[in-house]
Design a protein around this ligand. Structure first.
Ligand code: DLL
Length: 435
């Protein structure tokens, strides 16, 4: 079902006309309300009235996470505190968080976008939705929560933690929809197995997984173990939280981006020039309707490509490809660019290897080294040492073949890589720790 049929199926021409009107109003607003943007626009020599077509977007300055940090905590808010009704923050693990704000109207827009998201995933009234994204400063829990209520389905606000109890709730309350990070979904599968619980005997039908990178291979694994359709959802707190883009259940191929609220561009992260559809680059988003925390050309650092081809679901909204990695945590190992997701894809093709791994980057003298610590499954672990060594070598040569990078593989015991209830920490960069 399409929740907002009028806005999700607009002919491209009408959609672009709407985007232009909203873009013009946005630039006008930030120019007058946010001193930072007035300065930036003046420096770029752009006045609000210079935005005459969508192509003029290219004349606008970019905004980066550093800009938000430089205006910590509330310097980029575009409305007085009397109009702000909610504050969230991005889930950085180090340093100060990045705060973001919402007016009542922003919250309303967000609930609508999440209702659209859930509806694209095939969720409807009568469904019971188990939300295991964290509630709190993180946008995952509350973002989903209000979307489910807006849609009119039933919400179980479980939040993170207490994995065994979550399994019990899934058995007893009979949720039909599961929302959490993909790594937590796999962890649930593991703990359920330990408890002797078979997901075939639950009512779960669909899972909406995101907030961290994952791969097609991981989708296959989750679907097999949890017996549900696994869909990818993308979002970031700076833009709104979850509710920026999602796969539709009909095609399960690319994430529809809600272009009537968010204007996307793909740029080359080095030259900053715009790239044509189909080419991989960094996603840049301009928020078209946000009141409290509008952003011009925000550099997400997420790597994807955009596709304007029509979709079988009937939505005319462009689709972005599964996020391939980040332009800033892209690993550069002896000059070769490597995304953790590419290593994951190789690992997942190898029998005997579990989907739990960590990449440890270090430096020996002037040379970067990459160690891949990966768990083997129970059956393989009981093999003799010779067999394990051969397996490690096989993985090393596979990675070398596919990614042209030499790595050292360390096979570790089942369950020895730390599990997370939120986002998994896949990369340990010791170069940064010692720098
Ligand atoms: O992770 C919002 C969210 C909550 C999205 C629940 C989906 C579900 P932040 O904590 O600000 O917000 O982190 C945003 O997470 O820039 C990406 O690098 C990464 N990310 C989010 N979704 C995906 C995804 C939330 N589906 C950052 N695939 C983003 C890959 C993702 N990476």
């Amino acid at each position: 079902m399409i929740y907002d049929i009028a806005n999700e199926t607009l002919p491209r021409e009408d959609l672009e006309a709407l985007q232009l009107r909203r873009l013009q109003a946005l630039v006008e607003r930030v120019y007058h309300l946010v001193p930072f943007y007035r300065r930036r626009l003046d420096e770029a020599g752009v006045k609000p009235e210079d935005i005459r077509s969508l192509a003029d977007l290219e004349h606008l300055p970019f905004t980066t996470k550093q800009d938000i940090r430089d205006n910590y905590p509330f310097g980029l808010f575009a409305v007085p505190m009397e109009q702000i009704v909610r504050i969230h923050a991005s889930s950085g693990t180090t340093g100060k968080p990045t705060p973001v704000a919402y007016t009542q109207r922003d919250l309303n827009t967000w609930a609508d976008l999440m209702a659209r998201t859930l509806s694209a995933a095939g969720v409807h009234r009568g469904d019971i939705v188990h939300i295991a994204y964290g509630y709190g400063l993180f946008t995952g829990g509350l973002g989903f929560h209000y979307g489910v209520e807006r849609l009119g389905a039933a919400v179980i606000p479980v939040s993170g933690g207490q994995t065994r109890r979550q399994i019990m709730l899934i058995q007893d309350f009979g949720p039909t929809v599961l929302c959490c990070t993909p790594s937590f979904a796999l962890y649930l599968a593991e703990v359920a197995q330990e408890m002797g619980v078979d997901f075939r005997h639950t009512k779960l039908r669909v899972g909406i997984f995101g907030a961290e990178p994952w791969s097609e291979a991981m989708r296959t694994e989750i679907e097999a173990r949890l017996h549900l359709d696994a869909l990818d959802i993308y979002g970031l707190s700076e833009i709104i939280g979850p509710g920026v883009a999602v796969e539709c259940i009909e095609a399960k191929h690319g994430l529809h981006l809600f272009e009537d609220h968010f204007l996307p561009e793909i740029i080359d992260p080095v030259t900053l020039k715009r790239l044509p559809p189909g080419e991989l680059g960094e996603l840049v988003i301009t928020t078209l309707t946000k009141e409290a925390f509008p952003l011009l050309r925000y550099r997400t650092r997420d790597i994807t490509a955009i596709d304007y081809a029509p979709c079988i679901c009937g939505r005319t909204l462009a689709r972005i490809r599964r996020i391939q990695g980040r332009s800033d945590d892209m690993l550069i190992i002896r000059g070769v660019n490597v995304f953790p997701s590419q290593i994951e894809a190789v690992l997942m093709e190898i029998p005997g290897v579990a989907p739990h791994y960590q990449l440890i980057v270090d430096r020996q003298g002037p040379l970067d080294t990459l160690e891949v610590a990966v768990e083997v499954d129970e059956a393989t672990f009981t093999d003799e040492v010779k067999g394990l060594q051969a397996l490690a070598k096989r993985i090393e040569s596979r990675i070398k073949d596919y990614l042209s990078v030499s790595v050292q593989v360390r096979l570790v015991e089942p369950r020895s890589i730390p599990r997370s209830e939120g986002k998994a920490q896949r990369v340990v960069d010791k170069r940064r720790l010692t720098a």
